[in-house]
Design a protein around this ligand. Structure first.
Ligand code: HXC
Length: 262
C-alpha cells in the first residue's frame, strides 16, 4: 500500500489477498492505540483496493495478541475513557469492513486479543492457540465485544465460565465448541490455510461474496423470519448483477466463469 507502519506488517502474498501481521513482538502484540490506528488504516486501504477480495489477519507464532495494552490503560480514568470513547475505534474494524476477514490465531489470544480474533468472519487457529478473557483478573471486564461475541459463539454457560474465572480456552476446546472453523497442527499451516481460503474467496465474484457476508452477519442481529426475508431480498438483487448471468451460463456451457465484479 506504500505506507510504512511501525506495529504491523502489510503485504499481498497471493492474488486478491491482503495480509496483515501484528508486529509488536516485545509486548506480545499488545493492542496499543497506535497499533489499532495502524490496523484500521491498513484494513481501510484493503477495503478500498478493488483488486483485494479477502483479508488475512495474524500475529506471531507466540501471540496473536495478549490483549489491550495494560500499561497504556493502567492510569486511565472513567472520564477520560468515557470522554474519548476508549475502544470505540475498535468497532470500526468490523463495521466498515465489507470484505471477508480471516483471523489466523497462533499463541495467546487474550482479552482484547481474543476479541480482535473474534472480529474475524472466519477464525482459524493452530494447536498452540490459547484463548481467554482474563479481564476479571485485572478488575475489569471485556470491553471490545468479548461478552457478546464469545457468548454467541460458544454459548452462555461456557462463556460465563471463561469470563467469570478468566480461565483460558484451549485450541481443542475452541475447535470442539465452534469458536474456530478449523484447528491446524502448526502456526505455519494455520497461516497458509488462511491464505489459501482467502485466495479461494477472492476468486469468486466480489459482488456475491459481499452479499454473502452481509446476509450471514444479519443472522447475528435479526430473528429467523426477518433474517430469511432479508436474505431473499439480497438474493433477488443478485439477479441484477452481470456475474449472476456469467456464473450460470458458464455452468451450462461447462466453462470457467470469468467474473467481472459487476
Ligand atoms: C502490555 C503486555 C501485555 C499486555 C504482555 N505484555 N501482555 N504489555 N499489555 N496485555 C508484555 C509483558 O509486560 C512483557 O513485557 C512482555 O509482553 C512479555 O510478556 P511476559 O508476561 O513476560 O510473557 P510470558 O511470561 O510468556 O506470559 C505471557 C502472558 C502474559 C501469559 C500472555 O504476558 C499475560 O498474562 N499478559 C496479559 C494478558 C491479559 O491480561 N490480557 C488482557 C488485557 S486487558 P516486559 O517489558 O516485561 O518484557 C484487555 C482489555 C480489553 O485486553 C478491553 C477492550 C479492548
Amino acid at each position: 500500500t506504500g505506507k510504512t507502519y511501525e506495529h504491523i506488517l502489510v503485504s499481498t502474498p497471493k492474488p486478491g489477498v491482503g495480509f496483515i501481521q501484528l508486529n509488536r513482538p516485545k509486548a506480545l502484540n499488545a493492542l496499543s492505540t497506535p497499533l489499532i490506528l495502524e490496523l484500521n488504516s491498513a484494513l481501510r486501504d484493503f477495503q478500498s483496493t478493488s483488486t483485494i477480495g479477502a483479508i488475512v489477519l495474524t500475529g506471531s507464532d507466540r501471540a496473536f495478541a495478549a490483549g489491550a495494552d495494560i500499561k497504556e490503560m493502567a492510569d486511565l480514568t472513567f472520564s477520560a475513557a468515557y470522554g474519548a470513547d476508549f475502544i470505540e475505534t475498535w468497532s470500526d474494524l468490523v463495521t466498515f469492513l465489507k470484505k471477508p476477514l480471516i483471523t489466523a490465531i497462533n499463541g495467546y489470544a487474550l482479552g482484547g486479543g481474543c476479541e480482535l480474533a473474534m472480529m474475524g468472519d472466519i477464525l482459524y487457529c493452530s494447536n498452540s492457540a490459547v484463548f481467554g478473557q482474563p479481564e476479571i483478573k485485572l478488575g475489569v471486564i471485556p470491553g471490545a465485544g468479548g461478552s457478546q461475541r464469545l457468548t454467541k459463539a460458544i454459548g452462555k454457560s461456557r462463556a460465563m465460565e471463561a469470563i467469570l474465572t478468566g480461565n483460558n480456552i484451549s485450541a481443542k476446546q475452541a475447535g470442539d465448541w465452534g469458536l474456530v472453523a478449523k484447528v491446524f497442527e502448526t502456526p505455519e499451516e494455520c497461516v497458509n490455510g488462511a491464505l489459501k481460503t482467502a485466495e479461494k474467496i477472492a476468486g469468486f465474484s466480489q459482488i456475491a461474496v459481499k452479499a454473502a457476508k452481509e446476509v450471514v452477519n444479519k443472522s447475528q442481529d435479526l430473528g429467523i423470519r426477518e433474517g430469511v426475508e432479508y436474505e431473499r431480498r439480497v438474493f433477488h438483487g443478485l439477479f441484477g448483477s452481470k456475474d449472476q448471468k456469467i456464473g450460470m451460463s458458464a455452468f451450462a456451457k461447462k466453462e470457467k466463469a470469468e467474473w467481472t465484479n459487476e
